[in-house]
Design a protein around this ligand. Structure first.
Ligand code: HMG
Ligand code: MG
Length: 300
């Protein structure tokens, strides 16, 4: 019992590039995003309108967002932490945003310099403005399966944060395994608890696995079995989080799409064009992209 179709949310230009050590020119990011659109990805998370001091890698957000070629039917969400970010995003013509908090206090403090409650208070006016502008809001919850500072995270806290985000107008929630510690049984436990409460429609849940310990694809499989049909991934497996020590790249989009293709689950993504997109950003990195599929086809 798999879904017939999965919506792949490409986060490489944002979650991937926010954590690459090297400075990448805006022109290379724009080309990367344009090629990801060409590859048929329905959602390409493009950048973040956060403090340039917090994430210098994405300080060119304004330039990137005003210069990408927007394909019809593709959405280009950006991360927005506060009203200042929202104003910048609106000025750059953004039509879809994501707010982001976590299920553990210590991570939230390190990541966005706020408590969880303060972060939610900061998002309310952002969500109100988004509603007035007709802009969709995704809500990210980090550290759902474990925190780099606090260890175990109670699922009751995940549920509480999820309900708050939905209540303020988020149309979709992404459950983040920020440091890539989740195992398949844990995915089932967390999803069953969230879904069984009845307040969170499964159609609105996305999963966001980092592949730090190699469990991301196995975790996706369990999520699909639980009815999840939105999966976040990053071209080439780029990524991490600068405020989560040891976080490796996201699950690679190539590896995800290869598995889904084999299972007969539709994504609309052209794997060859996706590899082309990754191969154009690869020369700007200081390492080979970690995607297994990418490495397999590029070395033959
Ligand atoms: P703060 O220092 O508490 O904020 O940072 P502040 O309001 O006091 O502002 C400090 C300075 O930043 C000021 O500048 C502001 O103007 C400026 P100054 O007057 O000192 O020159 N500033 C901004 N500039 C541009 N755009 C803005 C903005 N906001 C403030 N939007 C803040 C708080 C939230 C702003 C900061 O901590 C921040 O930007 N954090 C972002 C961290 C981040 O992006 N982390 C990675 C994304 S989360 C993630 O990767 C996890 C995820 O993938 C899911 C998962 O894997 O779990 C989503
Ligand atoms: Mg992430």
């Amino acid at each position: 019992n798999w879904p017939e179709r999965v919506r792949v949310v490409e986060v490489g230009p944002r979650d991937g590039l926010q954590n690459e050590k090297v400075q990448i020119p805006a022109s290379a990011k724009i080309r990367f995003i344009d090629l990801l659109s060409d590859a048929g990805l329905p959602v390409v998370e493009a950048t973040s309108f956060v403090s340039p001091r917090a994430i210098p890698q994405l300080s060119d957000a304004d330039e990137v967002m005003t210069q990408i070629a927007r394909h019809e039917g593709v959405t280009y969400p950006v991360l927005v932490p506060n009203l200042k970010g929202m104003e910048r995003a609106l000025a750059a013509g953004v039509r879809s945003i994501a707010v982001f908090t976590a299920a553990s206090e210590a991570f939230t403090q390190h990541n966005i310099n706020a408590s969880i409650a303060q972060s939610l208070d900061n998002f309310r006016p952002v969500c109100d403005l988004a509603r007035r502008e007709g802009i969709a809001v995704r809500g990210y919850i980090s550290t759902v399966f474990g925190c780099p500072y606090e260890g175990v995270v109670p699922t009751s806290k995940v549920l509480e944060v999820a309900e708050s985000l939905l209540e303020m107008g988020a149309s979709e929630l992404s459950l983040g395994d920020t440091i890539g510690v989740a195992t398949p049984n844990q995915v089932v436990e967390v999803l069953d608890l969230l879904i069984s409460k009845g307040s969170i429609p499964v159609s609105r849940l996305a999963v966001h696995f980092h592949d730090t310990r190699g469990t991301a694809l196995a975790n996706v499989l369990m999520a699909l079995q639980r009815g999840i049909s939105i999966v976040d991934s990053s071209a080439g497996g780029l990524g991490g989080c600068p405020y989560a020590p040891g976080a490796a790249g996201n699950l690679a989009t190539e590896d995800l799409v290869y598995m889904l293709n084999g299972m007969g689950i539709e994504t609309g993504v052209d794997l060859e064009k996706l590899v082309l997109a990754t191969s154009t950003i690869a020369p700007f990195l200081d390492h080979v992209p970690t995607s297994k599929y990418y490495q397999a086809v590029r070395s033959t």
